[in-house]
Design a protein around this ligand. Sequence first.
Ligand code: PLP
Length: 408
Amino acid sequence: MAIKLPIYFDNHATTQVDPRVVEAMVPYFTDKYGNAASRNHEYGWKAEEAVENARGQIAKLINATPKEIVFTSGATESTNLAIKGVAEMYREKGNHIITQVTEHKATLDTCKRLEKNGYEVTYLAVHKDGRISLDELRKAITPKTILISIMYANNEIGVVQPVAEIGKIAKEKGVFFHVDGVQAVGKIPVDVQKDGIDLMSISAHKIYGPKGVGALYVRRKNPRVQLAAQIDGGGHERGMRSGTLNVPGIVGLGKACELCGQEMAAESEKLFKLRERLRESIMSRLDETFINGSMEHRLPHNINISFAYVEGESLLMGINDIAVSSGSACTSATLEPSYVLKALGVGEDLAHTSIRFGLGRFNTEEEVDYVADRVVETVSRLRELSPLYEMAKEGVDVSKMKWQVAAE
Ligand SMILES: *Cc1c(COP(=O)(O)O)cnc(C)c1O
């Protein structure tokens, strides 16, 4: 089969909606278009039934109960609701929150907002492998701590945090534990009981479902978590999140969770093999390449590699028939390297030449081979033009070189 270009290797950013998910959603646009809150007729009942079915499908995937699932517009909203909802509800108990530096902006920016409103936030550092220290976490907890928010797996480097151990510490200390589960749920086993999770954010579009729909898991016993609503009006979702439910989206999220539950084991094995094939194919042919983040504690479908002695932008240009992300976030004015890689201690140059390969359900071995060849060709070609690479090969310690910038 001919390879379709560009090849999509950016599955941490979003995923293709699985055709089986689309199929499940369609009737809720066409004939079953009722409002799930309409109690007086068949259209409403059908919609409500579909929503409750989806609640069950999501709960099953994470070992929760259906009543513990609150629907939202996505994980950004879920995380806002979890953190702000706990902060507001338990303000009397304390004003201290603990998170860590490589969280998604949904968590970091929410915490920043709370800092402006009189809360105190501890941002734990990470080791070179991208994981937090449990000791540092323990030491950071004070009598004022009300919430720990740590992601399950990172969206750039795929590093998996020691979630079950964190859950244990949180329970010991009587502190709520929120997890950004976006990159882990549906990809690796996540169990809110075993992992001691009290709140967890989930997004449909990262698990082959539609964009603009997500869920927040909210524990109902041992302990019961209460949340101050952040959106008022109508009292949907037991008052925690008002607004007419996105019934087709919710049906899609439910179906996506069901499929992940059924196929996760086989799929993660397949993607792990593809990922290893990609890694070996690239790294056996190129020297001076570095993996960012732990290999041991890592999502099976992620690899993040920095290529020394090339220029980030030229590298991306050279592989523009492949959809990947890089550690250079080209914002309008500045060219800031990824804060995640920075937190691992990756230098600016290597951060700029890092590439995140995110494999997914629809990728094939042919695509992996094509991508590996393109990357190797491009990096080799760029290095041929690089005097620095040449010098390094001749044994000059390039890192100790002094630079003189010519005046314009
Ligand atoms: C994508 C992502 C989010 C945001 O999810 P949305 O549903 O797009 O709002 C949050 N956290 C992580 C780790 C993500 O990868």
